[in-house]
Design a protein around this ligand. Sequence first.
Ligand code: IFM
Length: 444
Amino acid sequence: MTADPIPRFPDGFLWGASTSAHQIEGAADQRAPSVWDAFTAEPGRVKDGSTAAVACDHVRRYREDVALLADLGVDAYRFSVSWPRVNTPGGLDFYDRLVDELCAAGVRPVPTLFHWDLPAELDWLRRETAERFAQYAAVVAARLGDRVTKWITLNEPAEHTLLGHALGVHAPGKRLLFDALPVAHHQLLAHGLAVRALRAAGGSDIGIANSHGPTWPASRESADLEAAEFYDVLLNRLFADPLLLGRYPEGIGELMPGDVAADLEVIAEPLDWYGVNYYAPTRVGAPQGAGIDFGGVRMPAGLPFSVREIEGVPVTGFGWPVVPEALTELLTAFRDRYGDRLPPVVITENGCAYDGVDDTDRIAYLDAHIRALHDALRAGVDVRGYFVWSLLDNFEWAEGYARRFGLVHVDFTTQRRTPKASFGWLREVLAAQQGGVSFGSRAR
Ligand code: IFM
């Protein structure tokens, strides 16, 4: 970590922290079940055998959590709305209170409408789910739209497709491999229909949060290059191309269900901004049988690529490679690929899992990534915001509570919140940004 202060970002740059409903809310008895409830109830699905029934007990403790956000000094809070909770009588009341509390604390609410907790009776393999999502979006907008001025439709549809429906390591636990592609199409359609529904309800400033990372070929051999190219299509283009260019990457559209051409018009509804969740690059080579663990997932045999270790770089407590400069690489490559079709970018997630409250490793990670983001800005990428994942330690899906991503430590027995060293560090960074000198000509 360098001793130089972090360079100044433009005025109006949005600094925030993120969470998601299923990972923090608890109060599972006050909402309808989601696919994650059924999944976690199956023995062996979650590594430590835990569930999110209580999680951070945020539904009861949201005032304390909003006070933490205010103390941190963020401009915005990205949370998700639980569709199963909204489907429960009175379920929207909680978000009403949360949004009021945020507004009173001067923190801008940025809800995500879907962060993987699909109502248990729905299935993304069915087209109807996309239409149901748009109806749900309209219901949320009608209730919160007087105070919410920035929206996110979906979180990481790529991971939800891959981990939940192709590999079966997340809910709903389907192992369909490439037969999972309709799940991608229906989420994209749901996004486009929801953008229209939000705008019809007066909503504006609408984006999506997609996960992306550079794909690095394992070698210059043609088999490795082809495998890396294939992986890059799955992670970086399967969702971005339809959203930004109105078409699927070559060879993919034919595999999608329904009237794809008509759907693509809906999917490519112009976005106000594009959210990028960035954690790490991936090194990819030709198939090798069963691959290495990748973010806690053992890649099965039979895929046309294999994920390889990136040697010579530090790793987080989760084993993810720490490569900040790959964030600059990703964003400049995105700008080059999509040109003026790419709207302003917001980093909707970036963070790392480490144990302990004296988390100097998290400080080093965030410091380096924020600098890398500034490098992208200097290289001409129009970046407008940065959200840390995550405000709180939380339920990290199939990993249970073992992976701690929070700026705030949560004792899951007592629910005591303890701000970590990284919380104090970020608070100083944000205070300096608010008092500093503007960056160059892109300041708004
Ligand atoms: O915790 C998740 C989040 O729900 C989605 N993006 C990645 C995070 C860390 O794994």
